[in-house]
Design a protein around this ligand. Structure first.
Ligand code: AMP
Ligand code: GLY
Length: 423
């Protein structure tokens, strides 16, 4: 089959590689792709978040399966547009992508489904006084989120009531994130380790299948300091998330959510990403995303033994999923970011050492924000590369990922040094 991967980040590079290695896939196309993806697939300059342009491309190239990386094309209805042409697309329809597109709606669904989650209130532009009063009543760790998509930057977690109040005012006025913040969700702060569980869904709540859990490192600095980012590294498997925990989360959280969506007329297909916090009183759902995590995808997909093309095709077609199997090897990824990330990343610097890094045993270098300029590959985004490595244990995989990333440099290259440390 011919597969088309939408997007241009590290997650999409990992998906394109996984599909290129899959026996069921004869050819991989990418739109728009990146220089790393161009090494294993044809990249076509079509905007991933334009549903009509993507559906036209799928028709023109007789694509059998579109695999959607990022959330924006899903929220824009790319799966609906491709399906309307009688082709398969792996991902939820726009009505399902609303789980990520509106945090207020997601919380409403969670509550209706009886899923354990942080206590919350939802407030609109005229509710500032009520929002501030709700904050005052919280016990001390304050969480303020934009309702709409904000490129991973719309969440403030703070112990400072002054900062929380400032966030509420900035969001509701539209000053901080425009319309995305004019409705906001305030939550009680939870504590505990976080786990990302990616669940492949085929439209039947009983047919959903969890992939191996991963853990992501969200803050920019070592020791979980500094601002939230898209993720600075990840590893899988996760010792604190064994099979019993996965079973419990599927039974108590994911399957009830899929039933609630079905009740609302949404047969959810694609990946449902459960962002969990393992609190002292049990796992609680922080958020759902409607796509693979990035950089979780860069550690989960390399461990997958199952044919990725067959898995995504079955889910997209609403068929029973093939058995999902993983290698016993662990995988760790270390994100290399540019100076100034996440606020104002510097770009345009030539990257050296890519081939040397890929030569490290078990290493796979995924391009996240790069561009080709002549013979050079240059930095073109905040997160530039995700350097993954497989190894017999998390510690071995970690040592290899760092050894590989040591070989790559450019001016101002930034990374955490404690990804998967001590696991
Ligand atoms: P979200 O986009 O909702 O996943 O939030 C991004 C990050 O903010 C999460 O991965 C957590 O690290 C943190 N976060 C979100 N909600 C809460 C909460 N209720 N309590 C503590 N931390 C949170
Ligand atoms: N790594 C977090 C996310 O993909 O949303």
């Amino acid at each position: 089959m011919r597969a088309l991967v939408l997007g241009s980040g590290g997650r999409e590079h990992a998906l394109a590689r996984g599909l290129a290695l899959a026996p069921s896939v004869d050819e991989v196309l990418c739109a728009p792709g990146n220089p790393g993806m161009a090494a294993l697939a044809e990249c076509v300059p079509v905007a991933a978040d334009d549903p009509v342009a993507v559906a036209d491309l799928a028709d023109a190239r007789a694509v059998d399966l579109v695999v959607v990386g990022p959330e924006q094309p899903l929220v824009n209805g790319v799966v609906d547009a491709v399906a309307a042409r009688g082709r398969l697309a792996f991902g939820p329809v726009a009505a399902g992508a609303r789980l990520e597109g509106s945090k207020a709606w997601m919380k409403e669904v969670l509550v209706a489904a009886g899923v354990p989650t942080a206590a919350h209130g939802t407030f609109g532009p005229d509710d500032e006084a009520a929002a501030l009063a709700f904050l005052d009543a919280l016990p001390g760790l304050y969480v303020v989120k934009t309702d709409g998509l904000a490129a991973g930057k719309g969440v403030v977690v703070t112990e400072s009531i002054a900062d929380a109040r400032a966030a509420v005012r900035g969001y509701l006025s539209g000053a901080a994130f425009g319309d995305a913040g004019r409705t906001l969700v305030i939550e009680e702060g939870l504590t505990g380790p976080e786990v990302s569980l990616l669940v492949v869904c085929n439209g039947d709540p009983a047919g959903a299948c969890a992939l191996a859990p991963a853990q992501d490192f969200k803050r920019v600095g070592d020791g979980d300091t500094g601002p939230n980012t898209g993720g600075m590294g990840a590893y899988s498997p996760v010792p604190v998330a064994g099979p019993d925990l996965v079973d419990a989360v599927m039974a108590d959280c994911v399957v009830p959510t899929l039933h609630e969506l079905a009740r609302r007329g949404i047969a959810y297909r694609g990946v449902l990403y459960a962002g969990l916090m393992l609190t002292p009183t049990g796992p609680k759902m922080l958020e759902y995303n409607v796509r693979f995590g990035d950089p979780e995808c860069e550690v989960v997909v390399p461990r997958l033994r199952t044919d990725l093309g067959a898995l995504c095709r079955a889910a997209a077609a609403g068929e029973a999923l093939p058995p999902v199997e993983f290698t016993d090897d662990a995988c760790v990824t270390v994100v290399l970011a540019s100076e100034g990330y996440p606020a104002s990343p510097r770009t345009g610097d030539p990257i050296t050492g890519l081939a040397e890094a890929a030569a490290v045993e078990g290493a796979i270098v995924f391009h996240a924000g790069t561009r080709r300029v002549g013979d050079d590959v240059v930095t073109a985004g905040g997160r530039v590369l995700a350097v993954s490595a497989l190894g017999p244990t998390v510690a071995d995989a970690r040592a290899r990922a760092y050894a590989a990333s040591d070989r790559i440099t450019w001016p101002g290259r930034l990374r955490r040094t404690d990804i998967a440390a001590g696991v």
